[in-house]
Ligand binder design. Sequence first.
Ligand code: ATR
Length: 251
Amino acid sequence: MHNAAFALAGIDAVYLAFDVPPERLGAAVAGARALGVRQLAISIPHKEAVIAHLDEVDETARRIGAVNTVTWREGRLVGSNTDWIGVVRALESVRPLAGARAVVLGAGGAARAAVYGLVSRGARVVVLNRTPERARALAADLGADGAGELAALRTHPCDVIVNTTSVGLGEDRSPVEAAAIAPGALVLDAVYAPERTRLLRDAEARGARPIGGKWWLVHQAAEQFRLWTGREAPLETMAAAFDRAAGPQPT
Ligand code: ATR
């Protein structure tokens, strides 16, 4: 996605992927610092641990408790979080969020970004998780209105559902029963492989509106591009690059 955007914008830069084991994270960041690498996109499982290795972390990333983007600014490594923007923009491409009743499934780092984004846009948010205590702690910390277990989806009338659990990743399973999905709801899945997850197919069958995790990923990457270059990202070009990388999908 990034390389396609750079090519289109005529920017002489390249994104490369490195598989860094947790015990080498500090060395990897020190290496990037020594080399003057301009931006790092931080992925699982390093989004929290990387904070200790940075010069500065912006207010939003600190509140979310996770950094997915490190940008070199005048010799300092600055951490920020674009995951929350990815969720918000993917949803807002379909409907406004102010006043929307939203349910976030899961209580990990991705859930924190989603809850932060939804609350900051004025949605009323309930967090549901397999382990409800984690959902309650997250809800209290980030100002969501309620929390509970996944099965409680049935009892929460909602306009927006965001899945941040890993259920469905490389498997044909959904974190919730199809019957619990409110017809008319907008359903965003963080899982992007496969693109049409069980949850999204169930949503469609229930008369809800599915949005693939691809759009969350593309929008968060677009914000990374903007943070570094100061220019708006070519969204369609980045989405097309995602499609090429993902290859043909079953219909
Ligand atoms: P991330 O930081 O990517 O969000 P995480 O912190 O490992 O990842 O969180 C994974 C989320 O998926 C959690 O909400 C987890 O639920 P628990 O808090 O109960 O562990 C959820 N999850 C993982 N496997 C699950 C499963 N089989 N059924 C339901 N929820 C699951």
